[in-house]
Design a protein around this ligand. Structure first.
Ligand SMILES: Cc1cc2nc3c(=O)[nH]c(=O)nc-3n(C[C@H](O)[C@H](O)[C@H](O)COP(=O)(O)OP(=O)(O)OC[C@H]3O[C@@H](n4cnc5c(N)ncnc54)[C@H](O)[C@@H]3O)c2cc1C
Length: 404
């Protein structure tokens, strides 16, 4: 019987272990922590948003340029199949906002239990520090930090990223082991994390929310909720763009905020000009307060150089244009770095060029597979990352067990 060693007990490792077991392999899961699936348990604030309504193809496209690599795994276990698979295992689910899937119990523990293999041996408190390879370039086992060696015919490395170090393995030691075996590593940087802005001019708006704003960074756009924090911005639109921003040190482009996603410079110009005609006796700041939060309207008016009490019909062309510009594309310089302890994902990891997308096997070492966040892929907020972890784990696990 084929022996499969799985490194990591997150959604990728559990899916791999279960898939390998279902194909008849004898599976051992190695977990550096005492607790299994710690990060899965806090996902979605403990409720676990495990996927969403997109098709496999649509979901892959939201990961950006690497979508082709993801297709074999996502087609094997697409979102609708994951939903059905969990339901078969007793975890029914529902949609939130017509898009995000959560278990009906709103408990990540139930998702974890449904992914968990039935017979596999779990070695917890067992950090793997080395992947052992025989002379003919095939995997032969793993070595743990306490010196124990375990023989295996295949190894699935599903060690997650280095984000939220409080719940994962901080050492990145399996990255190093993979590197030692010749795999290239794309330098990890934090993703899905709030952004700090240089000299944040909007710090006074901390706690305020824009429901439908847009952010642009170079050629990238995100749209959705933006939340102002004391030193920057958060909320889904900011989190989704953070990986691209923080992958560069210092960030190469400015970040632009549209206070209302659907309104560009011309729209705002028209809004103020029309307002001058139809509501000329009202103060400009009050009229603007109908479209953006009142506190923000007051601050923007000051930034545009508007005199207090200015009526909308009295707006001068330079002030109106300045205001329209601030509202359509206010520029910020994001600070590099990013806070690993708050990042919900890791950008970077094992270079996709060194992994075969059809099987998730290493192109350099036979019978070594990679799955989940450990590889150089990260998706936006909304169930994308757990879906990828489950799909890639499933494909890697089946192939590690030599298919079935
Ligand atoms: C607060 C928070 C909320 C989130 N919410 C969501 C959400 O709602 N929806 C969503 O899709 N995504 C969410 N994510 C992201 C999601 O949790 C991860 O993308 C996902 O868990 C990745 O799965 P994984 O199995 O690849 O890695 P992980 O879940 O990180 O699991 C990897 C495991 O490997 C272990 N490990 C590492 N190195 C070793 C080693 N050398 N030896 C042995 N074990 C090792 C780690 O301890 C860890 O348990 C959230 C993340 C965070 C931090």
């Amino acid at each position: 019987m084929r022996r499969v060693a799985v490194i990591g007990s997150g959604p990728a490792g559990l899916s791999a272990a279960r898939a390998a077991e279902e194909c008849g392999a004898v599976v051992t899961v190695f977990e550096a922590r005492r607790k299994v699936g710690a990060k899965l348990l806090v996902s979605g604030a403990g409720k676990c948003n495990f996927t969403n309504i997109l098709t496999a193809d649509e979901l892959a496209l939201r990961f950006g340029g690497s979508w082709r690599f993801m297709m074999p795994a996502l087609r094997r276990l697409p979102p609708e199949k994951l939903v059905a698979m969990l339901a078969e295992r007793g975890v029914s689910s529902h949609l939130t906002d017509g898009f995000f899937y959560f278990p009906d119990s709103e408990s990540a523990v139930d998702v974890l239990n449904a992914l968990r293999p039935g017979r596999a041996v779990f070695e917890t408190d067992a950090a793997v520090i080395d992947i052992l390879v025989s002379g003919d370039g095939a995997v032969r086992g793993v070595r743990c930090a306490d010196g124990r060696e375990f023989a295996a015919d295949a190894v699935v490395a599903a060690c997650g990223g280095v984000s939220w170090p409080q719940l994962g393995d901080v050492s990145g030691v399996v990255y190093l082991a993979a590197k030692k075996l010749g795999h290239r590593i794309v330098s990890p940087s934090p993703a899905l994390v709030q952004l700090s802005l240089d000299g944040n001019p909007l710090g006074g708006l901390s706690g305020m929310v824009l429901d439908d704003a847009a952010l642009t960074f170079g050629r990238l756009h995100t749209r959705g909720t933006v939340l102002f924090t004391h030193d920057g911005i958060s909320g889904p639109a900011a989190l989704d763009i953070s990986g691209a921003v923080l992958a560069e040190t210092p960030p190469s482009a400015v970040l632009k905020l549209a206070w209302r996603a659907e309104m560009d410079f011309e729209c705002w110009e028209k809004f103020f000009i029309d307002g001058g005609r139809t509501a000329g006796r009202r103060q400009a700041v009050n009229v603007l307060g109908g479209l953006v939060p009142v506190r923000a309207a007051a601050l923007l008016a000051v930034m545009a150089g508007m005199e207090p009490g200015t009526l909308i019909s009295e707006l001068t062309s330079p002030v109106r244009r300045k205001l329209s510009h601030l509202l359509a594309e206010m520029e910020f310089r994001p600070r590099g770095g990013g806070d690993w302890t708050k990042a919900m994902a890791t950008r970077g990891g094992i270079d996709l060029h060194d992994i075969s997308s059809g099987s998730l096997e290493s192109k350099l070492i036979r019978n070594l597979f990679f799955a989940g966040e450990m590889v150089d892929l990260d998706g936006p907020c909304g169930g994308y990352n757990i879906q990828w972890a489950c799909s890639s784990g499933f494909l890697a696990g089946r192939n590690a067990a030599a298919g079935c």
